[in-house]
Design a protein around this ligand. Structure first.
Ligand code: DC
Length: 220
């Protein structure tokens, strides 16, 4: 069974998807980490930012491996290095590139093949796994999402104001929801869940209920 969890940055997707996968005993796929890893590779390569074909080649050459808590880029553990603000501000060069997205979707399907998976991203229910049995779209208000992002960045030692994160987040939301391929949008058969004012555990409980209802429907 595939459970897709899509939604904007800061809606709590990563934490919730991880906890949900643990609860269900499913594998967990953080697709944002894949885009982050290729962005890190491009930063180290200094782009070239104005050459989409070169960026696509670079993405094809990257060997990305994910397990529950680590991301490896060409055998190097980059789990912390992909979470910087510099990666956040350059990721659109890769995420807006259709050839890069095609490669990432290919990898996502290969990783999920043959195993029960909770997969988390922007286009998992729409593009990567259109036939997924259970699709959820998580949302939260922009302010709540920005506050969560600040706390996350602070916990990694980066000092940044809520206002600055909010401005960057608006920019990313706009890019995420208007890109030509793989844009952020709920699949027509996705269940929308707002996480405002809910703890991660409360959201997970709600999702466990949704998944078990879907499982019953699927099994007839
Ligand atoms: O979920 P995240 O913040 O780690 O994602 C980082 C970026 O990657 C985000 O700006 C959008 C992009 N992304 C994407 O375009 N498609 C996905 N399936 C996952 C992430």
């Amino acid at each position: 069974m595939i459970v897709t969890l899509d939604g904007p940055a800061g809606a709590g997707k990563s934490t919730i998807a991880r906890k949900l996968a643990d609860r269900l005993g499913f594998a967990f796929l953080d697709t944002g980490a894949m885009y982050r890893a290729v962005t890190l590779a491009a930063l180290r390569n200094r782009g070239p930012w104005d050459d989409p074909d070169a960026l696509a080649d670079l993405a094809r050459e990257c060997r990305i491996e994910l397990d529950r808590s680590h991301v490896r880029l060409n055998d190097e553990d980059v789990s912390a290095a992909i979470r910087t603000n510099e990666v956040n501000t350059h990721i659109h060069y890769l995420a807006d590139n259709p050839a890069v997205r095609e490669r990432m979707v290919e990898l996502q399907r290969a990783v999920a093949a043959g195993q029960n998976t909770v997969t988390e991203g922007r286009d998992q229910g729409t593009i990567a796994f259109p036939n997924a049995e259970c699709k959820v779209f998580l949302t939260a208000s922009p302010e709540e999402r920005a506050k969560r992002r600040v706390l996350e960045l602070q916990s990694r030692g980066e000092q940044i104001s809520v206002e600055e994160v909010l401005a960057q987040q608006n920019d990313r939301d706009h890019r995420d929801s208007t890109r030509a391929v793989g844009r952020l949008e709920p699949a027509s058969d996705a269940i929308q869940v707002s996480t405002d004012g809910m703890s991660a555990d409360e959201v997970v409980e709600r999702l466990v209920t949704i998944v078990s209802e879907k499982t019953k429907q699927t099994n007839g």
